[in-house]
Design a protein around this ligand. Sequence first.
Ligand code: AMP
Ligand code: MG
Length: 315
Amino acid sequence: MGLDAVAAFAVDTLGGASMGTTWSVRLLAPGRDLRRLHAVVESELARVVAQMSNWDPDSDISRFNRASAGSWHRLPNDFWNVLDRALSIAEASDGAFDPTVGPIVDAWGFGPPGRTADLERQQCGNLAARIGWRRMQRRPQDQSILQPGDLQLDLCAIAKGYAVDLVVACLRDEGVASALVEIGGELYGYGRRADGKPWRVLVDDDGDDEPCVVELDRRAIASSGDRWHHREDADGQRLSHSIDPRLGRPAADAPHLVSVLAEDAMQADAWATALMVMGARKGFDFACGKGLAARFVDREGRECATPSFAAVLAC
Ligand code: AMP
Ligand code: MG
């Protein structure tokens, strides 16, 4: 094989840190200016952070969260689109997913540092009055939302997925024919690898003889779990960072890991969180009923996949 042919098959990798995590892109883009592609990706991610990061006090979302009661706020397109999808999923999940869950996230210590307010846990009753996606009022004609007072948005459960979709769209615009995009464990793959096959991803390696591998051919996979993000309470009990907004506390029956396949990463991300909150049993029945492709691992390590997830297992 000549050198040019080898170059045509080479997988290039880009990577960096953003959104409180790391990102990577694997791509087949012979002859491309990788530095330029890297800069394009970083600028997409910076836009998401500037609009939707609760960790950046100057972001649009942080400003909205601090705003006074009765004020209307015009949102930039990305923020508006993500909120729109978040509210649809809130409705479809019967409030298991709720973008207004921010105060409870903070109260249980999963918010930005400095906003950890364990004491507020005593007042969860009061917090409940501040939560509820139905409190959200939107004005589509000028893409604005109302701050009714003390409403605190948190899009952490969906924004990473959205950022993956944005990166995919910009790579496609750049003419990249094949890529696997990953941000903090949420992935989307399209196109073919050098061997003509779709990108393959190991979802979860628990040491079983049957590793869970899926092919991402114009498809996303996102996972939620307590493996990386959890705290322990005073009694040493594991507290999940998936909050049940209806109970005002970490989901009690949260599985160990939920992975969702979907046609875009925003959807996969949000549903993985929603199913986590519903718990292994209820979440599984719900996912089957809705035709969602989901795989659950419970706290005892038992796995189960919905029929539409099982259908795409590559192994
Ligand atoms: P993920 O890792 O995608 O499941 O997102 C978890 C993050 O989403 C948490 O750290 C919270 O900031 C936020 N979150 C927690 N519970 C919920 C919920 N029920 N609905 C929406 N966002 C949530
Ligand atoms: Mg999520």
